[in-house]
Design a protein around this ligand. Structure first.
Ligand code: MV4
Length: 445
């Protein structure tokens, strides 16, 4: 097992990883920018190293500074958290080249899944269902026309290097295809330095459902069920649930069996999340994330597992030690992402937190690095807390969530807590009747 882990991140996820380390008896090294000298992740770590000025590109994305911090503190592994360097294959390679362990998948799997075309063709060849679309990249407009005529409009052009909603263009009809193709290609070239694009049939009202998988370095692969992440605005998730209100246990088992068999054949290792669109009773794989995700706590609550502990154990070479038959799903969990934003305009609201009171009680978990007196800096992601509730049924979880949101007090800055209170009281949300478009209309209306 590792003696000391450097956590190349900040905020709540840095605390989350520190907590797993401490319970495993592993020392922790925090890194921080000059803007984060007073941050909770620095205060709670065993050791800390300043790695640069406020801008992320000079600090949390500064690979030489992070590797130097690991060397001078004698860390033997690096956990990247989410965002920042977590899906940077070059960073994973450099970590290993310096004799350290990268807590995550191999650099080659990170690279494969970063190319959405490669990810889809790998999954398709292993029996995972896809949306109808082009077989690989579109070389030219003529090929695009031929594929669109076959799969039928509307179609979507996506960038191979995109993901998370960046670089997508819809063509509703043949007259729109040329523009969509040209604009998507140009945007892909300027945004990602890679102009490869592909086509999918556009699904008009899907749910976004993702499956949590874990693989050890001995060929064992399990899944921890699905999360429904359909409630998002401009590709920023606001609320996630485990399980999905739309999926039966039999559907989960079937999808899990297909996905774990595929990842075993790929030789994948550590945590992974397969993203699917779900519409008309069908799952279609779209992308795979090779990191721990923000919303992992809802899975932890329903499976009663510490996913960060599992990541660390696997990275150290340990076997999972259990099989799919040992994993069961209990009750329902919901997470609200609370951001320092105006709840109407979604403009960031950095500033000083004057008072902070987190809710508690049975089935309530708050993952946050906030404290009274903390100054939320303007340089990073605006998420300041995750409120996670767990209860025997979805209805109980909703009632618990309302109760917890009413207890939650963050003063001095505006947050999205009032918006979450409105969502919880909405009839369609309560019925689980929503798609990826629901929240956009809810906040507009
Ligand atoms: C789609 C789609 C409809 N049809 N693909 C957006 C993020 C990226 N991960 C994939 N995305 C989508 N792909 C097909 N073939 C609609 C979206 C989409 C979306 C997906 C998940 C969550 C929120 C979304 C919001 C808008 C569009």
């Amino acid at each position: 097992m590792f003696q000391k882990i450097l956590i190349a991140n900040r905020g709540e996820i840095a605390l989350r990883i520190q907590r797993a380390c401490r319970e495993l008896g592993i020392g922790t090294v925090a890194v921080h920018s000059t803007a984060d000298a007073e941050a909770m992740h620095v205060r709670l770590a065993d050791e800390s190293v300043c790695i640069g000025p406020p801008a992320a590109k000079d600090s949390y994305l500064n690979i030489p500074a992070i590797l130097s911090a690991a060397a001078i503190t004698g860390a033997d592994a690096i956990h990247p958290g989410y965002g920042f360097l977590s899906e940077n294959a070059g960073f994973a390679e450099m970590v290993e080249a310096h004799g350290l362990t990268f807590i995550g998948p191999s650099a080659s799997h990170i690279r494969m899944m970063g190319d959405k075309i490669a990810a889809k063709s790998a999954m398709a060849s292993l029996g995972v269902p896809l949306v109808p679309g082009s077989d690989g990249a579109l070389p030219d407009l003529e090929t695009a026309r031929a594929v669109a005529d076959k799969i039928m409009y509307p179609v979507l052009i996506k960038a191979a290097a995109g993901g998370g909603g960046r670089g997508m263009k819809v063509a509703q009809a043949p007259s729109e295809l040329e523009d969509a193709f040209r604009v998507a290609r140009t945007e892909a070239r300027t945004a990602f330095g890679n102009d490869a694009v592909y086509m999918e049939k556009y699904l008009d009202r899907p749910r976004h459902i993702e499956l949590q998988v874990f693989a050890d370095s001995h060929g064992n692969v399990v899944h921890f069920g699905e999360r429904d992440c359909s409630l998002q605005r401009r590709h920023q998730k606001l609320l996630e649930e485990a399980g999905s209100p739309a999926i039966s246990a039999a559907q989960r088992d079937a999808l899990g069996a297909t996905a774990t068999a595929a990842l075993a054949k790929l030789g994948y290792r550590n945590a992974g999340t397969l993203e699917f669109l779900y519409q008309d009773g069908q799952f279609a794989f779209i992308e795979m994330n090779t990191r721990l995700q923000v919303e992992h706590p809802v899975t932890e609550m329903v499976c009663n597992v510490d996913l960060v502990r599992e990541q660390i154990r696997i990275a150290a070479g340990a076997a999972l030690g259990y099989g799919q038959e040992d994993i069961s799903f209990h009750g329902h969990a919901i997470e609200c992402r609370i951001t320092a934003e105006d709840p109407h305009t979604f403009m960031p609201t950095p500033g000083r937190v004057t008072a902070f009171h987190a809710p508690g009680g049975l089935g309530v978990r708050v993952d946050s690095a906030l404290y009274a007196g903390y100054f939320v800096p303007p340089f990073y992601d605006s998420m300041v807390a995750k409120l996670i509730v767990h209860a025997p049924t979805r209805l109980d979880a909703i009632n618990r969530l309302r109760r917890a949101l009413d207890e939650f007090a963050v003063l001095g800055i505006q947050t999205t807590i009032p918006l979450h209170r409105r969502i919880v009281d909405d009839r369609s949300f309560q019925e689980g009747d929503y798609t990826i478009h629901w929240l956009e209309r809810f906040v507009a209306g």
